[in-house]
Design a protein around this ligand. Sequence first.
Ligand SMILES: C[S@@+](CC[C@H](N)C(=O)[O-])C[C@H]1O[C@@H](n2cnc3c(N)ncnc32)[C@H](O)[C@@H]1O
Ligand SMILES: [Zn+2]
Length: 265
Amino acid sequence: MNLICPVCVEKLNNNSKSYVCCNGHTFDTAKEGYVNLLLTAKSGAFIGDNRAMALARRDFLSKDYYRPLAQAVKSELENLPDASCAADICCGEGYYTEIVSEGFDGEFYGFDISKEMIRLAAKRKTGVLFAVANMKKLPLPDSSVDFAMHLFAPFCEQEFARILSDKGILVSVRPGRRHLYEIKQAVYDSPYENDETLPDYPLLKLIEQKRLKIKAEVKSSEDLHSLFSMTPYYYRTSESDRRRLDGIDGMDVTLDFLICLFKKA
Ligand SMILES: C[S@@+](CC[C@H](N)C(=O)[O-])C[C@H]1O[C@@H](n2cnc3c(N)ncnc32)[C@H](O)[C@@H]1O
Ligand SMILES: [Zn+2]
């Protein structure tokens, strides 16, 4: 077990009920099996996605429109037969974590800052150890992770570089140029493409960038709304523009993903 204490960074040991470091810092295991390693100033403070957002994400992803992406990420792990420690950073409700971790016989961690997301993830039948944790201070030692995955979430170059082992790979997925373009055409008078420019990350080396571009046959206006609501631009779109999706029973939608593979620089 690789987890480290978020207070003193010593190794955590686990017994059936909790995780404890040599300095006595103790973190109880929740009934769903996850551990909360987030140090918050105020206990009970709301952090990250709420329960409704977590449930909406789980319900939509369970329809498997994004399964080809999960398979593509999984194949990157399968290309690393010597990997013994893997982590899904900002794992959300664990849809991708479950698919990618299946059959992996090393340690697999899932981290998210939202307790509601982690609670749903931990209910899945996986061998993954899920923890509430901030990606800016991951509870793993330096150079310990051989495979890190990171989908549609904020990036933390310094921390990702810190945890990657020398042979380790980070697979980071973000929306490509034409992602959900048909939905944008339905909603906006002047639809725009996503900017694909990658920021410069001096601590990481981009070794490969792959594109997965597929058409999804979205079957209802409810699914179109769910798909759109998982994007950052949903919240920048007026209610009346969003309502333009109401009368559409379904449509073929482009899913365009950029899969970026990084190593430690
Ligand atoms: C758009 S969701 C993507 C979730 C998952 N990777 C997926 O694709 O289904 C972004 C996730 O990042 C998490 N998140 C945001 N900031 C975070 C942080 N500082 N540390 C850990 N997780 C964070 C959110 O709680 C949310 O679950
Ligand atoms: Zn400690």
